[in-house]
Design a protein around this ligand. Structure first.
Ligand code: AR6
Length: 175
């Protein structure tokens, strides 16, 4: 693998203008919702939901790509995370979100992708567990990537940022 930079920042996933793609913590119907899906759809405008119509529904762990419309990013990759304790095996399905989104971005020739902490809001995933799964999945697929060079994990709160930074440092990569 050439160098892959993985970084953690505190911020809003809908305000990452230097990234070529951002990931939506979507619902199965790919419609606007609360949290990440609300922020992304309101920044993107109604054309995003219209483009999503033909791609839905998606299954837990799956990733699909659309344009960014009113967002500063050319692409949005929509992932459906597992509902914690309901969609099983949860860790595998959550890991699939990160793997599938990264491989999809790579196949498209994109160089950068920003993720929110998928499933850790409405879907109830414990943040420490989710951070470990996310970091492991990204590091496991890093060697297969040919175009993606920058991965950013965007955490909404300082507490979540600290948890993800710890998981990333425990995994031995920069960030
Ligand atoms: N930027 C970054 N992170 C955010 C933002 C934001 N603007 N807003 C919230 N978070 P969630 P899920 C954090 O609920 O658990 C939706 O209604 C939040 O603090 O957005 O995968 C969909 O329609 C949490 O840590 O996603 C689905 O039905 C994390 O992002 C369902 O919720 C994920 O929270 C998906 O639930």
């Amino acid at each position: 693998m050439a160098d892959l930079t993985i970084e953690c920042v505190q911020g809003d996933i809908a305000n990452q203008p230097d990234m070529e793609s951002i990931v939506n913590a979507a619902n199965a119907r790919l419609m606007p919702g609360s949290g990440v899906a609300g922020a992304i759809h309101s920044a993107a405008g109604p054309e995003l939901a219209r483009e999503c119509e033909s791609l839905a529904p998606i299954a837990p762990g799956q990733a699909v790509i659309t344009g960014g419309h009113g967002l500063p990013n050319p692409y949005v990759i929509h992932c459906l995370g597992p509902v914690y304790g309901v969609d099983k095996p949860s860790d595998e399905l959550l890991g699939n979100c990160y793997r599938n989104a990264l491989m999809l971005a790579d196949r498209k020739g994109l160089t950068s992708i920003a993720f929110p902490a998928i499933s850790t809001g409405v879907f109830g995933y414990p943040i420490e567990k989710a951070a470990r799964v996310a970091v492991d999945a990204i590091q496991a697929v890093a060697g297969k990537l040919t175009s993606v060079r920058r991965v950013r994990l965007v955490l909404f709160s300082d507490q979540d940022l600290a948890v993800f930074r710890k998981a990333l440092n425990a995994g031995g990569t920069s960030g």
